[in-house]
Ligand binder design. Structure first.
Ligand code: NAD
Length: 299
């Protein structure tokens, strides 16, 4: 088993992944700028650090699950950052940062010749993080991949996506664009059906065994829209970031993304209307407001 592990960023995803590492028997040092986020993990046996640098001095491998590309960069290279630690030789970035930031961080780290980057974004939501059923999209040198695979397996199914950091990110952006597009178009279609008098649960029952079936209708609508709770577990601000990164990347490499651009605008309006900390299922709320209907379970 690889040596001591560190974890920075104990939010919706990081808290659950850290718990799994503790349950798997790893010795863990944690840091989050939010003191309260560290408490449940420390109560389960993790060591509390005062900075990312302290985590990197106590661990051979450091994992991060942070909100945005800029924050990841700052946590690695900024004051009190991971590069100031004196022990870690591997950094696993589980965040969604886009291929450009991942490539830039890998290059900057390679100059120090001490820390290797594993680009390893994940998919499967908070439920997957808790149960260990995430898809992990790893990209890094093959020998580094072999060495971190046992850690990544604690989170779910591990895929080797390529030998360059950033390749996992590209796959992750493609996945998230498809997922948010499904959420957006399902919100529009559900609003139409309900306004015309259909029962939303009947719609889902039928569509899920028909050609329109998708993960938004299978998981997100029953849990967070039909209940009116809008609390699936992923922030609108982060989802907006994902689709923005995706359209930017497609544009940068010369791939037109017509539908993706519309999805990005819809997430921009959701973000402006409900705020970045609202849940991304709020896109359905937007459609409810525009249509004058509520997509609620009547059964
Ligand atoms: P989150 O906002 O719930 O958690 C982020 C954590 O990072 C917070 O606890 C915050 O306090 C901490 N943090 C922020 N800045 C910090 C800093 N400078 N130093 C130390 N800690 C800092 O976000 P999340 O939903 O857990 O997502 C984390 C990453 O995983 C994002 O990149 C997101 O896009 C991606 N992701 C999320 C989901 C999901 O369903 N929530 C699924 C797959 C991927």
């Amino acid at each position: 088993m690889p040596g001591d592990i560190g974890f920075v960023g104990l939010g919706q995803m990081g808290s659950r992944m850290s718990m799994r590492l503790l349950d798997a028997g790893y010795s863990l040092t944690v840091f989050d700028r939010d003191e309260a986020a560290m408490k449940p993990l420390v109560a389960r046996g993790a060591r509390r650090a005062a900075s990312a640098a302290e985590v990197a001095s106590a661990s051979d491998t450091v994992l991060v699950s942070l909100p945005t590309p800029d924050i990841v960069h700052q946590v690695v290279f900024g004051p009190g950052g991971i590069v100031e630690g004196n022990r870690a030789s591997t950094l696993i970035d589980l965040s969604t940062t886009g291929p450009r930031m991942s490539g830039a961080i890998a290059e900057e780290l390679s100059k120090g010749k001490r820390i290797a980057l594993v680009d390893a974004p994940v998919s499967g939501g908070t439920g997957g993080a808790e149960k260990g059923t995430l898809a992990v999209m790893a990209a890094c040198e093959k020998d580094v991949f072999e060495s971190v695979q046992p850690i990544l397996k604690v989170f779910g199914k591990v895929f080797f996506c390529g030998d360059k950091p950033g390749m996992g990110q590209t796959l992750k952006l493609a996945n998230n664009m498809i997922a948010v597009a499904a959420l957006a178009i399902s919100s529009e279609a559900m609003a139409m059906g309900v306004k015309a008098g259909l029962d939303p649960q009947t719609m889902i029952d039928v569509i899920m065994v028909s050609s329109g079936g998708n993960v938004a209708l299978r998981d997100k609508f029953p849990k967070a829209v039909l209940t009116g709770t809008f609390d699936f577990g992923f922030a609108t601000g982060l989802s907006y970031k994902d689709v923005r990164l995706c359209v930017d990347e497609a544009e940068a490499i010369g791939v037109p993304m017509v539908v993706g651009a519309a999805v990005r605008q819809l997430m921009a309006v959701t973000n402006a209307t409900f705020g970045p900390t609202s849940d991304f299922t709020s896109v359905a709320r937007l459609l409810e407001t525009w249509s004058g209907v509520e997509i609620r379970s009547r059964k």
